[in-house]
Design a protein around this ligand. Structure first.
Ligand SMILES: *Cc1c(COP(=O)(O)O)cnc(C)c1O
Length: 385
Protein backbone atom coordinates (compact mmCIF):
# COMPACT_ATOMS: atom_id res chain seq x y z
CA UNK A 1 0.00 0.00 0.00
CA UNK A 2 1.34 3.43 -0.94
CA UNK A 3 1.67 5.65 2.12
CA UNK A 4 -0.01 9.03 2.25
CA UNK A 5 2.44 11.89 1.91
CA UNK A 6 2.71 13.53 5.30
CA UNK A 7 2.27 17.26 5.82
CA UNK A 8 5.11 19.58 6.67
CA UNK A 9 4.21 19.89 10.38
CA UNK A 10 4.06 16.12 10.86
CA UNK A 11 7.42 15.74 9.13
CA UNK A 12 8.91 18.57 11.24
CA UNK A 13 7.81 16.81 14.42
CA UNK A 14 8.27 13.12 13.62
CA UNK A 15 10.46 12.90 10.55
CA UNK A 16 9.31 9.58 9.12
CA UNK A 17 7.12 8.19 11.95
CA UNK A 18 7.63 4.57 12.91
CA UNK A 19 5.71 2.29 15.27
CA UNK A 20 7.11 2.79 18.76
CA UNK A 21 8.25 0.00 21.05
CA UNK A 22 6.77 0.01 24.56
CA UNK A 23 8.63 1.92 27.27
CA UNK A 24 10.68 4.14 25.00
CA UNK A 25 11.24 7.85 25.44
CA UNK A 26 8.93 10.06 23.41
CA UNK A 27 11.48 12.88 23.26
CA UNK A 28 14.72 11.73 21.60
CA UNK A 29 17.50 10.84 24.02
CA UNK A 30 20.63 12.98 23.83
CA UNK A 31 23.70 10.96 22.83
CA UNK A 32 26.27 13.31 24.34
CA UNK A 33 29.08 10.97 23.45
CA UNK A 34 32.05 11.53 21.19
CA UNK A 35 32.41 7.84 20.47
CA UNK A 36 30.49 4.53 20.44
CA UNK A 37 31.40 0.91 20.88
CA UNK A 38 32.17 -0.89 17.67
CA UNK A 39 32.08 -4.66 17.09
CA UNK A 40 35.46 -6.35 17.23
CA UNK A 41 36.68 -7.27 13.76
CA UNK A 42 34.07 -5.15 11.97
CA UNK A 43 35.15 -3.27 8.87
CA UNK A 44 32.02 -1.09 8.92
CA UNK A 45 32.53 2.66 9.43
CA UNK A 46 33.02 3.38 13.12
CA UNK A 47 30.50 5.49 15.01
CA UNK A 48 32.19 8.73 16.03
CA UNK A 49 30.53 12.12 16.42
CA UNK A 50 32.96 13.95 14.10
CA UNK A 51 31.81 11.59 11.33
CA UNK A 52 28.26 12.92 11.56
CA UNK A 53 26.85 9.51 12.46
CA UNK A 54 25.84 10.21 16.08
CA UNK A 55 22.08 9.39 16.30
CA UNK A 56 21.19 13.02 17.16
CA UNK A 57 23.02 14.22 14.04
CA UNK A 58 21.50 11.50 11.86
CA UNK A 59 17.91 12.19 12.99
CA UNK A 60 17.92 15.90 12.14
CA UNK A 61 19.54 15.22 8.77
CA UNK A 62 16.70 12.84 7.88
CA UNK A 63 14.15 15.35 9.09
CA UNK A 64 15.52 18.21 7.02
CA UNK A 65 15.70 15.96 3.93
CA UNK A 66 12.00 15.19 4.42
CA UNK A 67 11.18 18.89 4.81
CA UNK A 68 13.13 19.98 1.73
CA UNK A 69 12.09 17.01 -0.41
CA UNK A 70 15.76 16.00 -0.73
CA UNK A 71 17.32 12.53 -0.92
CA UNK A 72 19.63 13.45 1.97
CA UNK A 73 20.69 16.26 4.28
CA UNK A 74 23.56 16.84 6.66
CA UNK A 75 24.00 19.30 9.52
CA UNK A 76 27.30 21.02 10.21
CA UNK A 77 28.67 23.23 12.95
CA UNK A 78 27.74 26.54 11.27
CA UNK A 79 26.02 28.02 8.25
CA UNK A 80 29.44 29.16 7.02
CA UNK A 81 30.77 25.60 7.36
CA UNK A 82 27.79 24.31 5.37
CA UNK A 83 28.28 26.93 2.68
CA UNK A 84 32.02 26.32 2.36
CA UNK A 85 31.72 22.54 2.13
CA UNK A 86 28.70 22.57 -0.20
CA UNK A 87 30.76 24.57 -2.69
CA UNK A 88 33.92 22.52 -2.21
CA UNK A 89 31.85 19.40 -2.88
CA UNK A 90 31.00 20.56 -6.40
CA UNK A 91 33.94 22.80 -7.41
CA UNK A 92 37.51 21.89 -8.39
CA UNK A 93 40.62 24.02 -9.06
CA UNK A 94 40.15 25.77 -12.40
CA UNK A 95 36.38 26.02 -12.02
CA UNK A 96 34.42 29.23 -12.07
CA UNK A 97 31.57 29.98 -9.66
CA UNK A 98 28.92 32.47 -10.66
CA UNK A 99 27.40 34.02 -7.54
CA UNK A 100 24.69 36.51 -6.82
CA UNK A 101 26.15 39.72 -5.40
CA UNK A 102 23.31 39.90 -2.85
CA UNK A 103 24.49 37.26 -0.43
CA UNK A 104 25.47 36.97 3.22
CA UNK A 105 28.58 39.07 3.97
CA UNK A 106 30.52 36.13 5.41
CA UNK A 107 29.90 34.05 2.29
CA UNK A 108 30.95 36.99 0.11
CA UNK A 109 34.20 37.11 2.08
CA UNK A 110 34.71 33.36 1.81
CA UNK A 111 34.43 33.61 -1.98
CA UNK A 112 36.59 36.75 -2.25
CA UNK A 113 39.31 35.93 0.24
CA UNK A 114 39.60 32.13 0.14
CA UNK A 115 38.32 30.59 -3.09
CA UNK A 116 41.02 32.22 -5.23
CA UNK A 117 43.68 30.42 -3.16
CA UNK A 118 42.00 27.14 -4.09
CA UNK A 119 42.06 28.01 -7.79
CA UNK A 120 38.31 28.71 -7.89
CA UNK A 121 37.39 31.93 -9.65
CA UNK A 122 34.23 33.68 -8.45
CA UNK A 123 32.33 36.47 -10.18
CA UNK A 124 29.21 38.28 -8.99
CA UNK A 125 26.03 39.32 -10.78
CA UNK A 126 22.85 41.21 -9.90
CA UNK A 127 20.43 38.31 -9.29
CA UNK A 128 17.27 40.16 -10.28
CA UNK A 129 18.45 40.68 -13.85
CA UNK A 130 17.83 37.33 -15.49
CA UNK A 131 19.91 38.05 -18.59
CA UNK A 132 23.07 38.79 -16.62
CA UNK A 133 23.37 35.16 -15.50
CA UNK A 134 23.81 33.89 -19.03
CA UNK A 135 26.09 36.77 -20.02
CA UNK A 136 28.41 36.17 -17.06
CA UNK A 137 28.80 32.44 -17.73
CA UNK A 138 32.16 31.13 -18.84
CA UNK A 139 33.37 27.85 -20.34
CA UNK A 140 34.73 26.96 -16.91
CA UNK A 141 31.56 27.84 -14.95
CA UNK A 142 30.60 24.85 -12.83
CA UNK A 143 28.05 26.21 -10.37
CA UNK A 144 25.66 29.08 -9.67
CA UNK A 145 25.00 30.32 -6.14
CA UNK A 146 22.28 32.63 -4.89
CA UNK A 147 20.23 33.55 -1.85
CA UNK A 148 16.47 34.11 -1.84
CA UNK A 149 14.83 36.12 -0.35
CA UNK A 150 17.81 38.47 -0.22
CA UNK A 151 19.12 40.49 2.69
CA UNK A 152 18.02 43.18 3.56
CA UNK A 153 15.77 44.22 0.63
CA UNK A 154 13.83 40.91 0.71
CA UNK A 155 14.04 40.60 -3.06
CA UNK A 156 12.64 37.28 -4.23
CA UNK A 157 14.60 35.60 -7.02
CA UNK A 158 12.76 33.61 -9.66
CA UNK A 159 14.65 30.30 -9.60
CA UNK A 160 13.02 28.67 -12.59
CA UNK A 161 14.79 30.59 -15.41
CA UNK A 162 18.14 30.25 -13.60
CA UNK A 163 17.51 26.53 -13.05
CA UNK A 164 16.62 26.03 -16.73
CA UNK A 165 19.87 27.71 -17.73
CA UNK A 166 21.86 25.61 -15.25
CA UNK A 167 20.28 22.38 -16.53
CA UNK A 168 21.03 23.33 -20.15
CA UNK A 169 24.67 24.10 -19.29
CA UNK A 170 25.17 21.23 -16.85
CA UNK A 171 25.82 23.49 -13.83
CA UNK A 172 24.96 22.92 -10.20
CA UNK A 173 22.46 25.43 -8.78
CA UNK A 174 23.13 26.05 -5.08
CA UNK A 175 20.62 28.09 -3.07
CA UNK A 176 20.97 29.55 0.41
CA UNK A 177 17.41 29.30 1.69
CA UNK A 178 18.03 30.50 5.25
CA UNK A 179 15.56 33.41 5.10
CA UNK A 180 12.68 31.32 3.73
CA UNK A 181 13.04 28.10 5.72
CA UNK A 182 11.39 25.02 4.16
CA UNK A 183 8.04 26.37 5.31
CA UNK A 184 8.06 29.33 2.91
CA UNK A 185 10.19 28.03 0.04
CA UNK A 186 11.70 24.71 -1.01
CA UNK A 187 14.34 25.42 -3.68
CA UNK A 188 14.59 21.79 -4.87
CA UNK A 189 10.97 21.99 -6.03
CA UNK A 190 12.01 24.91 -8.25
CA UNK A 191 15.02 23.27 -9.91
CA UNK A 192 17.86 23.84 -7.43
CA UNK A 193 20.37 21.01 -6.90
CA UNK A 194 21.59 21.87 -3.43
CA UNK A 195 20.06 23.82 -0.53
CA UNK A 196 22.05 25.49 2.23
CA UNK A 197 20.75 26.73 5.57
CA UNK A 198 22.19 28.64 8.43
CA UNK A 199 20.33 26.45 10.94
CA UNK A 200 21.31 29.08 13.51
CA UNK A 201 18.28 30.98 12.21
CA UNK A 202 14.76 29.60 11.54
CA UNK A 203 15.50 25.86 11.70
CA UNK A 204 16.64 26.12 15.31
CA UNK A 205 14.63 29.25 15.97
CA UNK A 206 15.63 29.91 19.58
CA UNK A 207 18.82 31.98 19.27
CA UNK A 208 20.88 29.45 21.21
CA UNK A 209 22.73 27.34 18.62
CA UNK A 210 25.20 27.93 15.76
CA UNK A 211 24.67 25.35 13.01
CA UNK A 212 24.31 24.88 9.28
CA UNK A 213 22.86 22.32 6.89
CA UNK A 214 23.11 21.09 3.32
CA UNK A 215 20.34 19.17 1.51
CA UNK A 216 20.45 17.56 -1.94
CA UNK A 217 21.21 14.27 -3.65
CA UNK A 218 22.72 11.33 -1.76
CA UNK A 219 25.85 11.67 -3.86
CA UNK A 220 26.54 15.35 -3.13
CA UNK A 221 25.57 15.11 0.54
CA UNK A 222 27.93 12.12 0.88
CA UNK A 223 30.72 14.25 -0.59
CA UNK A 224 29.91 17.05 1.89
CA UNK A 225 30.04 14.44 4.67
CA UNK A 226 33.43 13.19 3.47
CA UNK A 227 34.75 16.77 3.47
CA UNK A 228 33.25 17.38 6.92
CA UNK A 229 35.03 14.31 8.28
CA UNK A 230 38.42 15.60 7.15
CA UNK A 231 37.94 19.37 7.57
CA UNK A 232 36.18 18.94 10.91
CA UNK A 233 32.91 20.93 10.98
CA UNK A 234 30.76 18.29 12.71
CA UNK A 235 27.86 19.48 14.86
CA UNK A 236 27.99 18.87 18.60
CA UNK A 237 25.33 16.31 19.69
CA UNK A 238 23.67 18.72 22.14
CA UNK A 239 23.39 21.36 19.41
CA UNK A 240 21.79 18.66 17.22
CA UNK A 241 19.37 17.81 20.01
CA UNK A 242 18.41 21.47 20.40
CA UNK A 243 17.85 21.79 16.66
CA UNK A 244 15.61 18.71 16.74
CA UNK A 245 13.58 20.38 19.48
CA UNK A 246 13.50 23.65 17.52
CA UNK A 247 12.41 21.98 14.30
CA UNK A 248 9.36 20.46 16.00
CA UNK A 249 7.81 23.93 16.08
CA UNK A 250 9.24 25.19 12.78
CA UNK A 251 5.95 25.31 10.91
CA UNK A 252 3.94 27.02 13.67
CA UNK A 253 6.73 29.50 14.30
CA UNK A 254 7.28 30.46 10.69
CA UNK A 255 3.58 30.61 9.84
CA UNK A 256 2.97 32.89 12.82
CA UNK A 257 5.99 34.99 11.83
CA UNK A 258 4.43 35.30 8.35
CA UNK A 259 1.30 36.78 9.97
CA UNK A 260 3.25 39.09 12.27
CA UNK A 261 5.50 40.18 9.39
CA UNK A 262 2.53 41.19 7.28
CA UNK A 263 0.78 43.00 10.15
CA UNK A 264 3.88 44.99 11.13
CA UNK A 265 4.80 45.75 7.49
CA UNK A 266 1.29 47.03 6.74
CA UNK A 267 1.38 49.25 9.83
CA UNK A 268 4.85 50.60 8.94
CA UNK A 269 3.68 51.41 5.40
CA UNK A 270 1.14 53.86 6.87
CA UNK A 271 3.62 55.84 9.00
CA UNK A 272 4.78 59.26 7.85
CA UNK A 273 8.12 58.91 9.63
CA UNK A 274 8.93 55.77 7.60
CA UNK A 275 9.84 56.57 4.02
CA UNK A 276 10.04 53.02 2.69
CA UNK A 277 9.07 49.49 3.74
CA UNK A 278 10.69 46.44 2.18
CA UNK A 279 8.44 43.41 2.60
CA UNK A 280 7.44 41.01 -0.21
CA UNK A 281 3.88 40.80 1.14
CA UNK A 282 3.21 44.46 0.30
CA UNK A 283 1.90 45.33 -3.18
CA UNK A 284 4.57 48.09 -3.29
CA UNK A 285 7.37 45.49 -3.23
CA UNK A 286 8.98 44.92 -6.65
CA UNK A 287 8.64 41.12 -6.33
CA UNK A 288 5.16 40.99 -4.79
CA UNK A 289 3.58 39.04 -7.67
CA UNK A 290 6.46 36.55 -7.84
CA UNK A 291 6.41 36.19 -4.04
CA UNK A 292 2.68 35.39 -4.12
CA UNK A 293 3.35 32.73 -6.74
CA UNK A 294 6.40 30.97 -5.27
CA UNK A 295 6.47 31.58 -1.51
CA UNK A 296 4.35 29.75 1.05
CA UNK A 297 4.40 32.94 3.17
CA UNK A 298 6.09 36.32 3.05
CA UNK A 299 8.24 35.72 6.13
CA UNK A 300 9.20 37.52 9.30
CA UNK A 301 12.00 39.67 7.84
CA UNK A 302 11.31 43.35 7.27
CA UNK A 303 13.38 46.32 6.06
CA UNK A 304 12.39 49.92 6.80
CA UNK A 305 13.89 53.30 5.96
CA UNK A 306 13.34 56.15 8.38
CA UNK A 307 13.12 59.76 7.33
CA UNK A 308 16.08 61.53 8.91
CA UNK A 309 18.77 58.93 8.16
CA UNK A 310 21.23 57.57 10.70
CA UNK A 311 20.36 59.99 13.51
CA UNK A 312 16.67 59.24 13.30
CA UNK A 313 17.42 55.51 13.13
CA UNK A 314 19.62 55.64 16.21
CA UNK A 315 17.04 57.59 18.20
CA UNK A 316 14.40 55.07 17.16
CA UNK A 317 16.63 52.12 18.09
CA UNK A 318 17.42 53.52 21.53
CA UNK A 319 13.73 54.08 22.24
CA UNK A 320 12.62 50.54 21.31
CA UNK A 321 11.92 48.37 24.35
CA UNK A 322 11.02 44.97 22.86
CA UNK A 323 13.29 44.51 19.84
CA UNK A 324 16.88 43.72 20.78
CA UNK A 325 19.59 45.49 18.82
CA UNK A 326 21.52 42.44 17.66
CA UNK A 327 22.56 40.76 14.43
CA UNK A 328 21.15 37.36 13.38
CA UNK A 329 17.54 36.40 12.73
CA UNK A 330 14.91 33.70 12.81
CA UNK A 331 14.43 33.40 16.56
CA UNK A 332 11.40 33.88 18.80
CA UNK A 333 12.67 37.32 19.90
CA UNK A 334 12.40 40.34 17.62
CA UNK A 335 15.86 41.58 16.59
CA UNK A 336 16.86 44.71 14.75
CA UNK A 337 20.13 45.50 13.03
CA UNK A 338 21.59 48.21 10.82
CA UNK A 339 23.01 46.84 7.56
CA UNK A 340 25.45 49.78 7.42
CA UNK A 341 27.19 48.37 10.52
CA UNK A 342 26.69 44.65 9.83
CA UNK A 343 26.12 43.00 6.46
CA UNK A 344 27.07 46.05 4.39
CA UNK A 345 29.82 47.54 6.58
CA UNK A 346 32.49 46.98 3.92
CA UNK A 347 30.74 49.34 1.46
CA UNK A 348 30.92 53.15 1.45
CA UNK A 349 27.77 55.17 2.24
CA UNK A 350 27.46 55.98 -1.50
CA UNK A 351 27.78 52.34 -2.50
CA UNK A 352 25.15 51.40 0.05
CA UNK A 353 22.78 54.08 -1.19
CA UNK A 354 23.33 52.82 -4.73
CA UNK A 355 22.55 49.27 -3.63
CA UNK A 356 19.22 50.53 -2.25
CA UNK A 357 20.30 50.37 1.39
CA UNK A 358 20.75 54.01 2.44
CA UNK A 359 22.11 54.78 5.91
CA UNK A 360 19.15 54.82 8.28
CA UNK A 361 17.93 51.49 6.88
CA UNK A 362 16.84 49.08 9.63
CA UNK A 363 16.37 45.35 9.28
CA UNK A 364 13.96 43.57 11.58
CA UNK A 365 13.69 39.86 12.27
CA UNK A 366 10.23 39.67 13.80
CA UNK A 367 9.89 37.19 16.62
CA UNK A 368 6.78 35.69 18.13
CA UNK A 369 5.72 38.50 20.46
CA UNK A 370 2.16 39.83 20.23
CA UNK A 371 2.06 41.97 17.10
CA UNK A 372 0.05 44.65 18.93
CA UNK A 373 2.90 45.01 21.41
CA UNK A 374 5.51 45.22 18.66
CA UNK A 375 3.47 47.86 16.85
CA UNK A 376 2.88 49.86 20.05
CA UNK A 377 6.61 49.75 20.72
CA UNK A 378 7.39 50.96 17.19
CA UNK A 379 4.78 53.72 17.62
CA UNK A 380 6.21 55.08 20.88
CA UNK A 381 9.77 54.92 19.49
CA UNK A 382 8.71 56.74 16.31
CA UNK A 383 6.92 59.40 18.36
CA UNK A 384 10.22 60.16 20.07
CA UNK A 385 12.23 60.15 16.87
C1 LIG B 1 23.65 33.73 9.18
C2 LIG B 1 23.72 33.38 7.73
C3 LIG B 1 24.75 32.60 7.22
C4 LIG B 1 25.91 32.12 8.11
O1 LIG B 1 25.44 31.24 9.07
P1 LIG B 1 26.17 30.96 10.49
O2 LIG B 1 25.29 29.94 11.09
O3 LIG B 1 26.20 32.26 11.23
O4 LIG B 1 27.53 30.46 10.17
C5 LIG B 1 24.72 32.26 5.88
N1 LIG B 1 23.72 32.68 5.07
C6 LIG B 1 22.72 33.45 5.52
C7 LIG B 1 21.65 33.89 4.59
C8 LIG B 1 22.68 33.83 6.87
O5 LIG B 1 21.68 34.61 7.31
Amino acid sequence: MKRRRLGLSTRAIHGDPKARADWTAVAPPLYQSSTFTNPVGSTAEVLYSRYGNNPNQVDIGKKLALLEGAEAALFLSSGMGACALAHLAVLRPGDHLLASEWIYGGVHRLFREEFGKLGIDVSFVNPTQQRTWKKAMRKTTRAVFLETPTNPLMRVIDLEPVATLCKAEGLALIVDSTFASPVNFRPLEHGADLVIHSATKYLNGHTDVIAGAVAGTDQVVEEVRRLMQVWGQALDPFAAWLIDRGMRTLTVRVRRQNEIGLAVAEWCAKQDAISKVHYPGLPSHPDHELAKRVLGGFGGMLGIELKGGVRAAERFLKALTIAAHAPSLGGVETLVSEPRLTSHASLTAEQRAQAGIPDGFLRFSLGLEDPDDLIADFAQALARH
